[in-house]
Design a protein around this ligand. Structure first.
Ligand code: ZJS
Length: 205
């Protein structure tokens, strides 16, 4: 069955990856823009700290993170998705897997990463972000730091969660505290890798 084979293929391709961080962000972020540059720096810094970089393998922020990772000589993973307006994996991916199903692909982002760094993005990015927060909140995954980058971009969402949503009692303080926010690349990388000390021993070699 196609669905099953996507999981098998994904698990097989990523089994030997070692520690990794998934980086998300808009497919529409253009090269030369500040957020593209931020993505490149995130990819580079993660590799310098000994991490593989996993992205959705597409253009924009994904491409930026893959570029940074590859240029720094690291593992640059792209988990591509078949879309009607297919663009293929970006040129900076050095380990690529293609998926037809978003849900199979999303499993890989969480299963093979120690945390998420989320650059400014749209519906796709929000989907990935909130799936991860839900998994952490419900303790389906543990010690999984999630860092949003771009204080101005995410600030409104942050305030809304800590105001309206928290006040309504639909989330707890502990839940909103799962999300970190920064503009600083080193700080973001530190946040996702620090708690890895608790996570690392649980991962198979
Ligand atoms: C120019 C364009 C729209 C290309 C679309 N090509 C894509 N290729 C790969 N992953 C994607 C693509 N679009 C959305 N995604 C997924 O959704 C996220 C970005 O969606 P968005 O641009 O924020 O909503 C990415 O992290 C990725 O996992």
């Amino acid at each position: 069955m196609r669905i099953q084979s996507e999981f098998v293929e994904g698990f097989g391709a990523l089994a030997e990856l070692g520690p990794a961080v998934s980086v998300f962000g808009s497919a529409r972020t253009k090269p030369g823009t500040p957020f593209y540059e931020m993505g490149t720096q995130v990819g580079r810094r993660l590799v310098e700290q000994g991490y593989a970089v996993i992205t959705g393998g597409g253009p924009g922020a994904m491409e930026a993170a893959n570029k940074g990772a590859r240029d720094a000589g690291g593992a640059s993973v792209g988990l591509g998705i078949e879309l009607p307006f297919e663009q293929g994996l970006n040129e900076y991916v050095n380990l690529g897997v293609n998926f037809r199903y978003f849900f199979a692909r999303k499993t890989m982002f969480v299963k093979y990463a120690q945390g998420f760094i989320v650059l400014p993005g749209g519906f796709g990015t929000l989907d990935e972000l909130f799936e991860a927060v839900t998994l952490v909140q419900t303790q389906k995954v543990t010690s999984f730091p999630i860092v949003l980058m771009g204080t101005e971009y995410w600030g409104g969402l942050f305030d809304w969660l800590r105001g309206t949503v928290l006040d309504a009692g639909t989330v707890s303080r502990k839940d909103v505290d799962l999300l970190h926010l920064t503009d600083d690349v080193d700080e973001a990388v530190r946040m996702v890798t620090e708690s890895d000390e608790q996570v690392a021993p649980k991962r198979p070699e």
